[in-house]
Design a protein around this ligand. Structure first.
Ligand SMILES: NC(=O)c1ccc[n+]([C@@H]2O[C@H](COP(=O)([O-])OP(=O)(O)OC[C@H]3O[C@@H](n4cnc5c(N)ncnc54)[C@H](OP(=O)(O)O)[C@@H]3O)[C@@H](O)[C@H]2O)c1
Length: 240
């Protein structure tokens, strides 16, 4: 299918990895519903095929409204990237109920709401590609991130199960697990911590948002016809 006829939804597209994914899709000619909570940042997408939708993915009504609106405007949904994510780090003994539930609500339940709301139209189309943005932390674990690790490991389980549910309808579902990528989310690390992390990365550098966007683009493009249920690591070899 020609990219000019494809419609994508990217959550958490206001900055960082989500913005780079949306820009990669737009550069390839895809029409993109750019989703996030910050209207001002969404309005900064200066592209005729970028359509802003203000959505909190942890709110199922918000999500269903967005899906209905995208279908009303464009008639189909070909690509969905569940990228919206937050961290609220703390050691387990100090982690509050809110630290736990807010991270699970956005990172895992948010992706579930989005998948649930787009899956019927994709099944009717008998085609679609979904990518869930997980993390190496969901595979390796990390002290101070039990909530985040649980949400990202959960996304891998969602990916595998949904891939099996919808494969017969021509829908491919994959996850991408970035390593340490330079964005607002990792800005909180000081230079010493950053250098310490780099010593564990075989490729000797942190990743860029483009490194992740390029992999996501491959998975949702026509080049991918036979990969489903997989987690692609974009981590410079951190998890080998
Ligand atoms: N950076 C890394 O090293 C790294 C590594 C592994 C995985 N990841 C994952 O990659 C994804 C993007 O991370 P990033 O580093 O680009 O983070 P970021 O710069 O903090 O951006 C997070 C994005 O998620 C959006 N978001 C947060 N809560 C939301 C909600 N309730 N509803 C809708 N959108 C929401 C934010 O939009 P608002 O403008 O609404 O806040 C923002 O666009 C996340 O899922 C993260 O866990 C990142």
């Amino acid at each position: 299918m020609d990219n000019r006829n494809k419609i994508a939804i990217v959550t958490g597209a206001t900055r960082g990895i989500g913005k780079a994914i949306a820009e990669r899709l737009l550069a390839a000619g895809v029409t993109v519903a750019v989703c996030g909570r910050n209207q001002k940042l969404l309005a900064e997408f200066d592209h005729p095929q970028a359509f802003p939708f203000t959505v909190d993915v942890s709110n199922p009504n918000n999500v269903d409204t967005m899906t209905k609106e995208v279908l009303k405007q464009f008639g189909r949904i070909d690509i969905v990237v569940n990228n919206a994510g937050i961290t609220k780090d703390n050691l387990l003994m100090r982690m509050t109920d809110d630290d736990w539930s807010s991270v699970l609500d956005v990172n895992l339940t948010g992706a579930f709401y989005v998948c649930r709301s787009v899956i019927r139209p994709m099944m009717k189309q008998k085609a679609g590609k979904i990518v869930n943005i997980s993390s190496v932390i969901g595979v390796m674990g990390n002290a101070g991130q039990v909530n985040y690790a649980a949400s990202k490991a959960g996304l891998i389980g969602v990916t595998k199960s949904l891939a099996k549910e919808v494969a017969s309808r021509g829908i491919l579902v994959n996850a991408v697990a970035p390593g340490y990528i330079d964005t607002d989310m990792t800005l909180m690390l000081d230079e010493k911590q950053r250098q310490q992390i780099i010593t564990h990365i075989p490729l000797g550098r942190t990743g860029s948002v483009e490194d992740v966007a390029e992999t996501v683009y491959f998975l949702v493009s026509d080049a991918n016809q036979y990969i489903t249920g997989q987690t692609m690591h974009v981590d410079g070899g951190l998890v080998i």
